[in-house]
Design a protein around this ligand. Sequence first.
Ligand code: URA
Length: 212
Amino acid sequence: MKQLVVDHPLVTHKLTTLRSRDTDSPTFRRLTEELVTLLAYEATREIRVEPHRVQTPVAPCDGVKLSHPRPLVVPILRAGLGMLEGMTRLMPTAEVGFVGMVRNEETLQPTTYAERLPDDLSGRQCYVLDPMLATGGTLAATVQFLVDRGADHITCICLLGAPEGLHRMQDLLDDLQVPCTVVLAGVDERLNEQGYIIPGLGDAGDRLYGVV
Ligand code: URA
C-alpha cells in the first residue's frame, strides 16, 4: 500500500479551519469539497487515459481522454457523501457507487446497511471516499468488497488518518495483493478510547450534517 500525505500550504490551511470547533456546518461542507478537489488532483495521477486527437481552430493536436471502463467513485455513507461533489467536479464522467456502513460505537466494528455497486468491477479504477481513517474497519471492509468484485486498482481519499487505521489497511492490503494508495490531507497522533482521531476534527458526519 502506498500512503500519500498531500503537503501543500492550501491543504494545511483548509484542514486547520476544518478542525476548528468554531467552523460552522455550511463552511465545513464547503471546505470539505475544496479539500477533496485538491486531494483528488494528486489521487488521480495514475488514472488511465488513451490517445485522443482533436482539431484546434488552427491545427490537429494529439491529446488524451479518460479510458473505458469509466472510473468508479465510492463514497462511504454517511460522511463520505460530503466528499462526493469535490471529487466529481474534477471527474464529471465518473460513475458513482455507494456503500453504507455504520460503526458500532462500543465494539467499533462496521456493519453494512446499504450497498449499490456494479457486480463486476474488473478493469475498473475505484476511488473510495471516507473522511476519517480511524480504526480502518470501515475502509478495510469497503476495499474488501471492491476486491471481491474484481477491482484491481483502488485509491482511498481521506481527510485525516490515525496510525492505527493505516496499519490495519496495510495488513489487509498485504494479504490481498492489490495495488492501493491512500491519499490524505494529514495523519494525526492516535485514537482515543472512543475511537476518535486525536486531535482530529470530531465526528465528520455530525459536523457535515448535524446530529441525527
Ligand atoms: N469518525 C469520525 O467522524 N471522527 C473520528 O475522529 C473518528 C471516526
